[in-house]
Design a binder for this molecule. Structure first.
Ligand code: NDP
Length: 491
């Protein structure tokens, strides 16, 4: 205290706030050089392979399989056999035991998974540790609870499992998306063939270890790695009864076209361009935190990211000033450093996409702001970016950038905010910042978005359904609603 109380020549606060490095150790992760495909409870060799890397350092991490249509065929056959041989007729209370076990093992091995997620995907360790892993375990716990209560969840509708679920997930939340897909599928008595994204296969492969530890019957979950061709082979396979896809709107539309008339069930969780709407009566500093969390969390690789900020004109200047000042304090760098706020961009391809869209913002006439920050020389990096002076018609206000890039627009009245917010082909999420409860409700009723957060952003909970309107897809994941896509009803 004496130091801080001192007045006079020396300032009471340190002049330099640079953080010392606080790297999380990689020792807890034991990577194999090569991974095959996890089919029927066994590792099988893939005929083709590719190398998966760390986007932060570009170092190769492991060689993984590129599953062909024949490999997918084997995985689907294993899933069909497991479905018929007992999993689908197992009492719900028994299925629940496996899900509870998986949840507990994920908790026990959380640090190992968190480190691997950050190594392979580039996200900051504090996010994989504090968000991805706890939520993934929570999803298994939550759906374990439903497994023996399906008749109560859907009274008089005689719920039955659908069969084999083909599940295709993206690279932004690899293990969490796996949990969102696998937990409800198994709770309802289905078996699964899942494909992680090409750039982030490693936590899904480590998850196979968890399945063995939990003694899940062979073939109930099969993991095939590979690129879009592997995903297409799953979608195309006649032995698959349901497709659950999370990814781009473009691929989602192609899948929907392909499945039309096939009788397969389909849920699509696609892109977004969410409006984060800030009214002049809100707690401004709190809103700034919410805006930062909304767009720079996970480098903006978030389908529900608050990528369009709508600021009420009367507070536009102080809001933007506070936001810029806050951006200066964001630490960009090593994903494994516990102080890092913004990690690496997931892949060189995604970095190119972000750069191209940011350039279009400059060309169309928006003003760009990036805080001074030194980006590492190797790897894929992009500085947190804010665009002001943005018109509704600009590409940066229309297209999903999927990077740490915010477009700021303004409005005067609630009606105007609403009209602008809804003026998008997407409809996944939105945020409202105001002190008036009635205004929150008024906005939430009118915003065409699957999730509306009020005075907060990017809050997830397994009990709460998540999903989109319009080009953001259809079907819900999470909550009671998340069970329905994995059930058929004999009514
Ligand atoms: P994709 O839609 O291509 O990828 C999502 C998943 O689908 C991946 O596992 C991918 O495999 C697989 N896939 C690709 N093509 C096919 C196909 N024809 N049939 C079946 N499965 C397929 O997204 P990208 O990774 O290419 O990202 C592109 C853009 O999509 C991003 O910039 C972002 O805007 C958006 N996106 C949105 C996400 C969301 O959560 N809403 C998540 C990810 C991306 P592979 O990994 O090999 O490509």
């Amino acid at each position: 205290m004496a130091e801080l109380d001192r007045t006079g020549a020396a300032p009471a606060v340190p002049a330099d706030w640079t953080y010392a490095p606080a790297p999380e150790s990689k020792d807890i992760v034991h990577l194999r050089d090569r991974y095959g495909l996890f089919v029927g409870g066994e590792w099988i060799e893939a005929s083709e392979t590719y190398e998966t890397i760390s986007p932060a350092s570009e170092e190769p991490l492991a060689v993984v399989g590129q599953a062909t249509a024949a490999d997918v065929d084997r995985a689907v056959a294993a899933a069909r056999t497991a479905f018929a041989d007992g999993w689908s007729s197992l009492p719900g209370s028994e299925r629940a035991k496996y899900l509870f076990r998986i949840a507990r093992i994920l908790q026990e091995r959380a640090r190992e998974f968190a480190v691997l997620e950050s190594m392979n995907g580039g996200k900051p360790i504090k996010e994989s540790r504090d968000v991805d892993l706890p939520l993934a375990a929570a999803h298994f716990f939550y759906y374990a609870g439903w497994a023996d209560k399906l008749e109560y969840a859907f009274p008089n509708r005689r719920p039955k499992p659908v069969g084999v679920a083909g599940q295709i997930i993206p690279w932004n939340f690899p293990l969490l998306m796996l949990a969102w897909k696998i937990a409800p599928a198994l709770a309802c008595g289905n078996t699964v063939v899942l494909k992680p994204a090409e750039t982030t296969p490693l936590t899904a492969l480590l998850f196979c270890d968890v399945l063995r530890q939990a003694e899940l019957p062979a073939g109930v979950v099969n993991i095939v790695t590979g690129d879009g061709r592997t995903g297409a082979a799953i979608v195309d396979h006649d032995g698959v009864d349901k497709i659950a896809f999370t990814g781009s709107t473009e691929v989602g539309k192609a899948i929907q076209r392909q499945l039309a008339g096939s009788g397969k069930k389909l849920t699509l969780e696609l892109g977004g361009k969410a409006a984060n709407i800030v009214f002049d009566d809100c707690a401004l500093d709190q809103a700034v935190e919410g805006i930062v969390n909304g767009i720079y969390f996970n480098q903006g690789h978030v389908c529900c990211a608050g990528s369009r900020l709508f600021a009420q004109e009367s507070i536009y200047e102080p809001l933007v000033e506070k936001l810029k000042r806050r951006l200066e304090t964001l630490r960009v760098g090593d994903p494994l450093d516990k102080n890092t706020d913004v990690g690496a961009i997931n892949s060189a391809m995604q970095l190119d996409k972000i750069r191209e869209l940011v350039q279009s913002g400059r060309d169309e006439g928006a003003d760009i702001y990036q805080p001074p920050c030194r980006l590492p020389e190797k790897g894929c990096w992009f500085a947190p970016t804010v665009f002001t002076n943005v018109a509704q018609s600009y590409r940066i206000a229309q297209e999903e950038i999927f990077g740490p890039v915010l477009s700021v627009l303004t409005f005067r009245t609630p009606d105007e905010a609403l009209e602008k917010a809804n003026n998008t082909p997407y409809g996944l999420s939105a945020g409202v910042w105001t002190e008036k409860g009635s205004r929150i409700l008024w906005m939430a009723q009118r915003l065409r978005a699957g999730v509306v957060w009020a005075n907060t952003y990017n809050r997830f909970d397994p009990t709460s359904p998540f999903g989109g309107y319009k080009e953001s897809g259809f079907g819900r994941e999470g909550g009671l609603h998340g069970l329905e896509p994995y059930l058929r009803f004999d009514e």
